[in-house]
Design a protein around this ligand. Structure first.
Ligand SMILES: [Zn+2]
Ligand SMILES: [Zn+2]
Length: 409
């Protein structure tokens, strides 16, 4: 209703309703309560009987009614994916330091290690998240010749846009860092990419060798050093990223959102095969694909992380505990460096259900279509807790004082 057209969304649900069990049966990796729950939630999304609802009514003319079914808010859900991303963006942008220039850096893993990542996801992924941060601090300090602490927000991506396993990390990193001794913020205008590539290779391979400690890994690591004497691929978006008026978080979200968002449209589903299209970031063109339903489901679920795994990590001056503490120090340091202070980060506020609805339909969902007054919450029902709020009862009891006006699904 709010993102993907309801047609796409219901086809998406249909595909899972038809084939999820068979898929799970064929892929033991997904036979966990976590995945079972995730899919069940997505299938129930938007169903008022299963998810609960908020009913609005016009208390002026008594005619207007609007039912809002609770949504699942899962990244797997085609209906909720946009909300999920919007909330992500709002959350991340609150964690950025105003005035600091950030860069979007992509650190990749060579294809030769894909199996390693796939098979050891549980241990390797967290270590993988950590080693990128060490790499960047090491890199910045090497460039400036003195110890700098930068900050980064790391988002792990285990698949390419296309859906194939392709672990890489998107880093939103400060372009520079705080020099604690000098009490200065050091901005790095130019990043020597060749050095970054080698640093990244060293940090990644050392991490793999230390985390897994097997003969196979030692050999792979040795091969990798030989095969790539100039280091590994690191993409740094050139220049100051992004256009300063925009939010960096919004910009990065374009690259890191979950696959259901990549599905622009499901063109066809005949029970066995799915045809869909998406915009490829590599070619910047619309790509069309027809795949067996099993593969489609695989592509949609494989990005979901092992339970409890944090897909996003805040490090250095971005870490939640140090953020408030260093905020003032950084602002003061930045004030001395005029040109860096301008523009940079824009904070994006979280949208309410009402704003999102209005954005996508151009209509205020809570305005009575009959008398144009604002409707109020009439009833809130939850599948586990039953009726949570009943305005009719409140009015009958004569204790009318609407406190639930601002509830949102
Ligand atoms: Zn949903
Ligand atoms: Zn009305």
């Amino acid at each position: 209703m709010l993102t993907a057209s309801s047609r796409d969304w219901s086809i998406f649900q249909q595909i899972f309703a038809d084939h999820w069990e068979t898929f799970q049966h064929a892929h033991p990796r997904y036979q966990t309560p976590y995945y079972t729950g995730l899919v069940a939630k997505m299938l129930a999304c938007g169903n008022p009987e299963k998810m609960g609802y908020i009913e609005y009514r016009c208390l002026h003319c008594g005619q207007g009614k609007h039912l809002v079914a609770m949504s699942c808010k899962a990244s797997l859900c085609l209906r909720c994916a946009k909300v999920y991303v919007d909330n992500w963006v709002s959350h991340v942008s609150k964690m950025l330091h105003e005035g600091v220039i950030y860069r979007h850096i992509i650190l990749t893993v060579p294809a030769m290690f894909r199996t390693t990542f796939y098979q050891n996801a549980a241990v390797v992924l967290s270590a993988f998240m950590r080693c990128g941060v060490q790499c960047l601090d090491d890199f910045y300090s090497a460039v400036k010749g003195r110890a700098l602490q930068g900050g980064s927000i790391v988002v792990l991506h285990t698949h390419g846009r296309h859906g194939h396993d392709h672990p890489h990390r998107h880093v939103l990193a400060t372009s520079g860092g705080y020099d604690a001794r000098g009490g200065r913020w050091e901005h790095l205008q130019y990043l020597p990419y060749a050095l970054l590539r080698r640093k990244w290779q060293w940090h990644l391979l050392t991490m793999l060798r230390q985390t897994l400690q097997t003969k196979v890994i030692h050999q792979l690591v040795a091969t990798c050093f030989q095969k790539y004497p100039d280091g590994l691929v690191t993409n740094v978006q050139k220049g100051v990223v992004p256009a300063q008026a925009q939010s960096v978080a919004r910009y990065v979200a374009k690259y890191v959102v979950s696959p259901p968002i990549a599905v622009r449209r499901i063109d066809r589903y005949d029970g066995e095969r799915v045809t869909y299209h998406y915009r490829s970031h590599r070619t910047d063109r619309m790509e069309y694909e027809t795949v067996p339903v099993d593969m489609f489901i695989g592509r949609m679920v494989q990005h979901t992380m092992p339970k409890g795994f944090k897909r996003i990590r805040y490090d250095g001056i971005q870490a939640t505990t140090t953020f408030t503490k260093v905020k003032e120090v950084i602002q003061a340091a930045l004030a001395k460096v005029e040109e860096v202070v301008k523009g940079a980060v824009k904070i994006i506020a979280r949208l309410t259900y009402r704003q999102r609805y209005e954005q996508s339909t151009g209509r205020d969902p809570l305005m009575c279509p009959h008398c144009r007054s604002e409707m109020g919450v009439w009833r809130i029902w939850h599948p586990t807790y039953g009726v949570i709020h009943d305005e009719g009862e409140v009015i009958k009891r004569g204790t009318y004082a609407s406190t639930a006006q601002r509830a949102s699904p």
